[in-house]
Design a protein around this ligand. Structure first.
Ligand code: PRP
Length: 211
């Protein structure tokens, strides 16, 4: 077992993932499900954020209450499919700054190439949570995390929906300091680098484009 891997086991998550995987699920529903899954995974990925104690006065009495000790981390979408997943994270962390890393994987070599990078300055103090539904070979995630670290992030978390064992191993080797949160650890990659059983091409299913 990879020590950085967190397999999130939750009935609500599993129920949505079943529908997300279904080939008959249309794009609008796929996007909605991805956002809901993003919110649920974000709850788990942020469970350990440091808290401090503050005095809160209720209508009846003052009390000591746990609150976040530091501002929320930067949310980073790995384009394109990460946009759909991050939508849910933005619902539960509406104050968090947002960054984008644009990567596309060559369908033959499976190597990712970068076409954009936008990172808010807060990343240097707050760290980042990256979102990409698919962790296949791990090339895209490893490259995206490298970009965010180069931008100065002191701590990084990675959130995906479906991971292949190959991708988990590669990411853990490249970034052993980065926890990986996933709703599912699937069986394998096929000869095209697709996760099996997986859910197909998340970007295309999200936005209704062809592969
Ligand atoms: C897919 C997916 C990941 C990447 C995973 O994106 O969303 O970013 O491939 O593959 P890897 O782990 O082998 O690198 P894709 O390149 O198809 O771009 P898209 O999101 O724009 O469709």
């Amino acid at each position: 077992m990879v020590p950085t891997l967190h397999l999130v086991d939750h009935a609500l998550l599993s129920h949505r993932l079943a529908e997300l995987r279904d080939v008959a699920t249309p794009s609008p529903r796929f996007r909605r499900l991805l956002a809901e899954i993003g919110a649920l995974l974000t709850m788990e990925a942020t469970r350990g954020l440091p808290v401090a104690t503050r005095t809160v006065t209720t209508p009846l009495t003052p009390m000591q209450h746990a609150v976040l000790a530091a501002p929320e981390p930067v949310l980073v979408a790995v384009l394109r499919a990460g946009l759909g997943l991050m939508e849910g994270a933005m619902q539960v962390m509406p104050e968090a700054p947002v960054g984008h890393v644009g990567l596309v994987r060559d369908e033959h070599t499976l190597q990712p190439s970068q076409y954009m990078l936008r990172m808010p300055p807060e990343v240097t103090t707050r760290g980042a949570i990256l979102f990409d539904p698919m962790l296949a070979t791990g090339g895209s995630a490893a490259a995206a995390i490298a970009r965010v670290k180069e931008a100065g992030a002191p701590a990084v978390r990675f959130v995906c929906v479906v991971a292949a064992p190959e991708g988990v191993a590669r990411l853990a080797a490249a970034h052993p300091d980065v926890p990986i949160y996933t709703a599912a650890l699937d069986e394998k990659l096929d000869h095209r680098g697709f996760i099996v059983p997986g859910l197909g091409d998340a970007g295309d299913r999200c936005f209704g484009t062809e592969g």
